[in-house]
Design a protein around this ligand. Structure first.
Ligand code: ADP
Length: 467
């Protein structure tokens, strides 16, 4: 697996969770995975071993020296060390600005991953994730197309979010010594730019994304970010495999980050968690008898923040309470601060990234809202099911695939009215206590562990190898 993130060493979002968990799940099925990520400044090498110094990587005349470290893991986890490129504060940029040499950084990374396969770990499959590894299939199809080392090696390219594409000026291709012939509409050209994600989309043997519905949606103009045509051209080689979740971290039966444990058999701990949450967010005691809705999210347009903006005041008119945790675009952070000030004791907000608080919201809230504009898979709604926190979601992508009428509330149209309708339906259902309890318990009993997803990936690898 070639990825720019893997939890717990390097995480900004769902991609890291996948690459952090899938390898062990594959190993327990008898597969033999290894992972390659860059060694960022934040990754401490004290516990890692320097296992190999590959020959220098040349991008045209420019030379890059890398060293490969191996981190202690149950499977080989290789770190590509090249301090001038990766030993920085951020993964992709700082203070909201991308590093200007990202095209070089992730070209050298791709070349180093190819070197790992040449010298350290003879792979049959390169499983590449997102644009940061899009040059692996591109180099394999061009620079290394006749190299016997990679004969018969197959590539799978997984799209975790089509909104991030790795777009660079056309000149980037020369900077990274890629065959200029890749610059064509059915290659890496994208409206006058060089597109790294198209390196994967055009040149990988097979494509996948992280839910079946998102796999269909990205082939339409509404969700395709301009790439729907390129994806439709490969519709027969595009699979949607739902992400799994790690119930060792996210289950109220074992979660040490929440005030009390609970299970479908004994829900009493959930009330303790709610009391704790209501206090922690400074809500009045009356909130104990009304629905508390939770939000944990990146504050971006993708996550449906515009709908919340439009609907927030009317949501609280329905006598519900809202607690939100998140960070992101200043516009939305400001909006959350403002509504918390406008509705004290009704809406309470924490701006920031706080894993413990994310767990306490999952456990303490009655409902969880995700009105996403698009959602490749989404993890929080799956956590919510496990915590008996009934999801209210927009029926898109992975949200549509994981939430059913019997486990949550869905709305289709991307509008504040539709969101309000779903909130109202949920609020009314909350009043009918016994039916509500049944909805909670049905969700809690569902199984979205990695087992099924890993088996689907494993079967896909085998299919690619013709085995
Ligand atoms: P995405 O990868 O698009 O951000 P996902 O739902 O796939 O969305 O994954 C988000 C992950 O990040 C979840 O594990 C969620 O709990 C976590 N998360 C998001 N925002 C915060 C936050 N402000 N504090 C703590 N955890 C957060």
């Amino acid at each position: 697996m070639v990825s720019s993130e893997a939890a717990p060493l390097a995480k900004t979002g769902g991609l890291a969770d996948v690459v952090g968990a899938l390898p062990s799940a594959l190993a327990s099925l008898g597969d033999d995975p290894a992972v390659v990520i860059p060694r960022y400044g934040s990754i401490d090498l004290k516990r890692a071993r320097r296992v190999f110094d590959p020959p220098p990587i040349y991008l045209g005349p420019v030379r890059f020296d890398t060293a490969i470290y191996q981190a202690p893991e149950t499977f080989p986890l290789y770190l590509v060390d090249c301090p001038p490129l990766y030993d920085r504060k951020g993964f992709y940029g700082e203070t909201g600005v991308d590093y200007p040499d990202n095209h070089i950084r992730f070209a050298v990374f791709a070349r180093a991953a190819l070197a790992v396969a040449r010298y350290l770990f003879r792979t049959e499959i390169f499983h590449c994730h997102d644009w940061q590894s899009g040059l692996v299939p591109a180099y394999l199809r061009t620079t290394f197309s006749t190299d016997p080392t990679y004969l018969g090696v197959r590539t799978l390219f997984t799209i975790h979010n089509l909104g991030y594409q790795g777009l660079f000026p056309k000149t980037a291709l020369a900077d990274v010594a890629l065959d200029p012939r890749v610059y064509r509409p059915d290659g890496m050209e994208f409206f006058g730019h060089a597109s790294y994600i198209k390196g994967g989309i055009a040149f990988a043997d097979w494509l996948s994304t992280v839910s079946p519905t998102y796999a269909r949606e990205i082939q339409t103009p509404e969700f395709g970010f301009g790439l729907d045509g390129a994806l439709r051209a490969r519709a027969g080689e595009l699979t949607g495999i739902l992400n799994g979740v790690d119930y060792r971290e996210w289950s109220p039966e074992v979660d040490s980050l929440i005030p009390a444990r609970y299970s479908p058999e004994d829900l009493s701990g959930k009330r303790v968690c709610k009391e704790h949450l209501v206090r922690e967010f400074g809500l009045p005691a009356e909130a104990m008898d009304r629905p508390v809705m939770g939000i944990v999210s990146r504050f971006t347009r993708q996550k449906g923040m515009d709908l919340l903006k439009e609907a927030a005041s009317r949501i609280v008119e329905q006598d519900v309470y809202l607690v939100a945790l998140g960070s992101g675009e200043p516009e939305y952070e400001e909006f959350f601060r403002q509504i918390a000030a406008d509705f004290p004791g009704r809406i309470a907000v924490r701006i920031g990234f706080d894993n413990g608080l994310a767990h306490r919201i999952e456990a303490g809230a009655d409902m969880f809202v995700m009105p996403s504009q698009y959602e490749p898979c989404g993890l929080n709604q799956i956590y919510s099911l496990k915590y008996g926190t009934v999801p209210v979601v927009r029926a898109t992508g992975g949200l549509d695939d994981t939430i059913e009428e019997r486990t949550g509330f869905k709305f289709k149209e991307y509008s504040a009215e539709a969101l309000l309708g779903a909130v109202q339906a949920a609020t009314e259902a909350y009043g009918g206590r016994e039916g509500w309890r049944e909805t909670m318990v049905r969700g809690m009993r569902q199984d979205f562990s990695w087992k099924a997803s890993a088996a689907a990936y494993s079967a896909l690898y085998r299919q690619l190898l013709g085995a």
